[in-house]
Design a protein around this ligand. Structure first.
Ligand SMILES: Nc1ncnc2c1ncn2[C@@H]1O[C@H](COP(=O)(O)OP(=O)(O)OP(=O)(O)O)[C@@H](O)[C@H]1O
Ligand SMILES: [Mg+2]
Length: 246
């Protein structure tokens, strides 16, 4: 049965099958995982394929890595982000400057001290100007690094949740968890501001690290809750719904 809701293609081969067609449109989805599990690539692939395959413009809020590093690194998959930026289909907001306190030189910049409302204003302006449909913020923990108290961070994360939901974009947020930890997210609140949650894992099997994912929740849709293997290939992430995790 096909559910009567609008879908947004994930851009990841295999993942749409698991999600019964894609992310429900307008949802805020959390991608949670340990270091190097592939969180950033999931986010950027969502934006890149959105533009190149589905004609949906996108915004990347780069908090962890500098935009110029991201551009260079993504060329490794054959993804020319600069070209999409020049065509006004992709906007990269440099929020790493707010974190690192170093000069940026980017078109869209969030400087120190980081201000959530300022970031949201910038996002909303770009949404309007570019008719953006997809938004990625990578990552939540880096966004609130300047806050000393977890309580203040939690409060800001909750506020972030309602603010991004109002942009109208289908949104991916990323967060970190340590390997082996039972928490779903770094601060234990990120999953509550998101209507979707995908967990990424890397586990040692034999002498190799194997990647897998679990769709923990996806509001408004039927989805598989099995663990699926995925791989980061030279052309991006691919999930293998027909294969078992070993
Ligand atoms: N061109 C490529 N081909 C295959 N695998 C790659 C390629 N580029 C990167 N990778 C893999 O992707 C991993 C990094 O993915 P990504 O940056 O999305 O992880 P992350 O979860 O965001 O990590 P972090 O915790 O550092 O933010 C690398 O460690 C590497 O294993
Ligand atoms: Mg990352």
């Amino acid at each position: 049965m096909v559910e009567d809701i609008d879908r947004v293609r994930t851009g990841v081969p295999g993942l749409d099958d698991i999600l019964n067609g894609g992310y429900p449109k307008g949802l805020v989805i959390l991608i949670s995982g340990g270091a190097g599990t592939g969180k950033s690539i999931y986010g950027i692939q969502f934006l890149y394929t959105g533009i190149t395959k589905y004609e949906e413009n996108g915004i990347l809020v780069a908090v962890e890595e500098r935009p110029r590093d991201i551009r260079r690194y993504m060329l490794g998959f054959g993804w020319d982000l600069k070209k999409l930026e020049d065509q006004n289909k992709l906007a990269i907001i440099d929020a790493s400057a707010a974190r690192l306190g170093i000069p940026s030189g980017e078109k869209y910049v969030e400087m120190r001290p980081f201000e959530l409302d300022s970031l949201i204003t910038t996002i909303n302006k770009i949404v309007e100007k570019m008719n953006a449909k997809r938004l990625v913020i990578d990552s939540i923990p880096s966004l609130f690094l300047q806050f000393e108290h977890e309580l203040a961070i939690r409060r800001e994360i909750l506020r972030l949740g309602s603010l991004v939901a109002e942009t109208g974009c289908t949104t991916i947020l990323t967060t970190e968890v340590e390997a082996g930890e039972s928490r779903l997210s770094k601060f234990g609140v990120e999953e509550f501001i998101c209507q979707g949650l995908i967990q990424l894992f890397m586990r040692e099997r034999g002498n190799e690290m194997k990647r897998s994912l679990v769709v923990r929740k996806m509001r408004g849709t039927k989805h598989s809750t099995r663990r699926y293997p995925f791989d980061i290939t030279p052309s991006g992430i691919a999930v293998f719904p027909g294969e078992e995790v070993y």
